[in-house]
Design a protein around this ligand. Structure first.
Ligand code: HAM
Length: 425
């Protein structure tokens, strides 16, 4: 026998009934984001590598180690998107969206690719749903986004949520902070991992995001960005926190939160859940303000804020067995004999045309097996068609929850199914 081909490590198939739980989650996100004024954007999975190198930052883990990059047939370097913010910024600039409207609110959903070490909740192809808001400098937008997310997860019943915020500051804050950080880290360079020693020269802020020495006392004692913000940045951070409080969001200020991408300039946030199914990958969402990215990518100066949530992690934390999310058939049509099967096919076709969800058995199997399947599918009602039913044009419609039966005319099935079930016996 020839060896079968397996899926690529870290890239998973999504099968029913899990897909039903995913769809439920995705639809909830979409509904909530649309209620807040976000419209959908779709961008290509492939982009020029330079977009991510410049957008996310050359010295980040994502760009240094995790991108799926290859040359196409014309030797152009392309990368499978590791995130969507850079793509949204590219699209925003490319289509001159800022000239069309002062404020743009986009949401997106789709697969991202990062060559990461795999574990529960961390994959190489994973799905994100996110939003980006362009054109609003007021720090109330970030608070609005965080409150929207907390409501979303709370409404979904995701347990043990915590929201952490920090400010990483922008161009005006960086030189002062960089100086303080270098003054602290350089004498301690020998205690840092090899990557971080290198990053001291390229981008010292990234040292705070070290994945190797997460518990390092050197990093724990490092100066905090919050203590080195300009007055304006501090005021904006305080205003965002005040808006969060106004919106009733519980949050903690986490001075060590720097996020793994270079483009942030102000408030950054993460929402975590301690749901055991998440293992160590407790971050459900990450985001923040990035007021300098659009301009640095060649666009007009444009303030922006956004976040992305991990779908796999959302699903892991979402209570409820996957099969309870599958839509239930309104009717399962069982048939005994060739003539009944042919009639069932036509009946089902008509009922589906009337908007009903109908399942039936095409194979010549016994009625018991067919009803077992109706049960498994959690059909609301079932009906058995045999010679008698064909002759009389009437059959017993069985409510699968209560077991109650009532005789109905086959011609009236659509109306009968739409009417409330009979009272239980
Ligand atoms: P990020 O923190 O890299 O931010 O990713 C956001 C979320 O995506 C994480 O909190 C996590 O739930 C999920 N995620 C990330 N990597 C993986 C993985 N390998 N496997 C499974 N889930 C993962 C961003 O991507 C930014 N673009 C967010 C943003 C939007 N900031 C501003 N706008």
């Amino acid at each position: 026998m020839s060896e079968s081909v397996q899926s690529v490590r870290g890239m998973n198939d999504l099968l029913p009934p899990d897909s039903a739980k995913w769809r439920f989650f995705e639809q909830r996100c979409q509904a909530v984001f649309e209620r807040h004024g976000y419209d959908e954007i779709r961008t290509p999975v492939l982009e020029h590598t330079a977009l991510f190198a410049r957008g996310i930052g050359e010295a980040t883990d994502i760009v240094e180690k995790e991108m799926y990059t290859f040359q196409d047939r014309k030797q152009r370097s392309l990368t499978m998107r590791p995130e969507m913010t850079a793509s949204c910024v590219r699209a925003y600039i490319e289509h001159a969206i800022g000239k069309r409207e002062p404020v743009t609110r986009w949401y997106y959903s789709g697969p991202m690719f990062r060559y990461e070490r795999m574990q529960t909740g961390r994959y190489r192809q994973f799905y994100q749903i996110g939003v980006e808001c362009f054109g609003v400098a007021e720090p109330t937008v970030e608070a609005e986004q965080v409150a929207m997310l907390v409501d979303l997860y709370t409404g979904l019943g995701v347990p043990s949520l915590s929201t952490r915020v920090n400010s990483v500051g922008g161009a005006a804050d960086r030189p002062r902070y960089r100086q303080a950080l270098l003054a602290y880290l350089e004498p301690r360079a020998a205690e840092l991992c090899a990557d971080c020693q290198r990053r001291l020269a390229t981008n010292p802020l990234r040292v705070l995001d070290c994945k190797v020495d997460t518990g390092s006392p050197v990093l724990a004692g490092a100066p905090r960005v919050l203590d080195h913000l300009t007055e304006l940045s501090r005021a904006r951070f305080d205003a965002a926190c005040q808006a969060l409080t106004d919106l009733g969001v519980a949050f903690q200020i986490e001075p060590r939160l720097v996020r793994g991408l270079d483009y942030y300039t102000g408030l950054v946030f993460e929402i975590q859940s301690s749901a055991p199914a998440l293992g160590s990958q407790s971050a459900l969402v990450g985001g923040g303000r990035y007021d300098e990215l659009v301009e640095s990518m060649g666009g007009p100066p444009t303030p922006a804020v956004g976040f992305a949530l991990g779908v796999e992690r959302g699903i892991l934390a979402l209570p409820g067995a996957a099969d309870t999310f599958s839509p239930r058939p309104d009717l399962f049509l069982a048939a005994i004999g060739e003539a009944a099967r042919r009639r069932a096919l036509v009946l089902a076709h008509g009922l589906r045309g009337a908007g009903l969800r109908v399942d039936l058995e095409h194979r010549a199997v016994g009625v018991k097996a067919q009803l077992k399947r109706a049960d498994k599918l959690r059909a609301r009602a079932s009906l058995v068609l045999g010679d008698d039913e064909l002759a009389s044009g009437r059959a017993k419609l069985r409510d699968m929850t209560s077991g109650a039966e009532r005789e109905v005319a086959l011609a009236d099935l659509a109306v009968e199914l739409a009417s409330p079930p009979p009272a239980s016996p």
